[in-house]
Design a protein around this ligand. Structure first.
Ligand code: ZN
Length: 235
């Protein structure tokens, strides 16, 4: 069985073909929604930004690699991916919710090919029994997002936002004082106590480290974050 959950979940409405083209699933152990496929996020947002009670509300559509199958995760309270992301099976993509046309927290899970619904029970292995509770059974590792930006030692990049210069890679390392940066770093830092480089500063990469999903770069003045929670700070 391959479900968007890890651990137990309930079925609050079964698959009825055109009358209900997916399964309504309710997380029991966790409300986190995991990708059921490797694929590309082609939609992540509100079905209707002007009416949050319409349709799927906040939803994600993932095109499964090498197929024309679109996997839909509807009614989410939170979205943790964006269009263009490549996601892997088990990666957390969002959180169950009750947005859109919904009367309680659940995830509408369905697969369509060119707009035509597919047999979600056959695809997922989830039985079509209303109000039953199942256990996804998967207890293995959860995939993490792939860094989008990679850095090469010796190459000069540019800060895209104001970036803190820290004593080490990771936000648990303190931000350096401005006076602790190199003379060139100080020239490009905001005139304040702590060392924060202005956007547009050219920085030479001396070392790269990945911390969780984030990518850190050592520059002559210290460590700065190149990619933080999917946002590109340096490129
Ligand atoms: Zn539904």
């Amino acid at each position: 069985m391959n479900s968007p959950y890890m651990g137990r979940f309930k079925i609050s409405q079964k698959f009825k073909g055109a009358a209900h083209d997916g399964l309504d699933l309710v997380g029991v152990d966790s409300k986190e929604i995991h990708s059921t496929v490797n694929g590309e996020v082609v939609f992540a947002g509100w079905e209707n930004p002007n009416n949050h009670n319409q349709g799927f509300g906040q939803y994600i559509k993932i095109m499964r690699d090498g197929t024309d199958q679109g996997y839909y995760f509807g009614h989410l309270s939170e979205i943790r991916v964006k269009v263009g992301d490549h996601v892997k099976v088990t990666q957390v993509i969002g959180v169950e919710g009750s947005t859109g046309k919904s009367t309680g927290s659940h995830c509408h899970y369905c697969v369509r090919v060119n707009g035509k619904y597919q047999d979600i029970n056959a695809i997922s292995g989830i039985p079509n029994v209303e109000y039953a509770t199942y256990d996804d059974g998967y207890r293995g590792p959860v995939a993490t997002a792939e860094p989008e930006e990679s850095y090469t030692v010796g190459v000069v990049y540019k800060t895209q936002v104001g970036v803190n210069v820290r004593t080490g890679p990771g936000t648990n390392n303190p931000v350096k004082k401005r006076t602790e940066l190199t003379p060139d770093g100080q020239k490009h830092a905001y005139k304040q106590t702590y060392g924060v480089l202005k956007p547009g500063t050219e920085v030479r990469c001396l070392e790269v480290q990945t911390v969780g999903n984030d990518v850190w770069i050592r520059i002559p003045s210290g460590w700065i974050c190149g990619q933080y929670q999917g946002e590109i700070y340096v490129k």
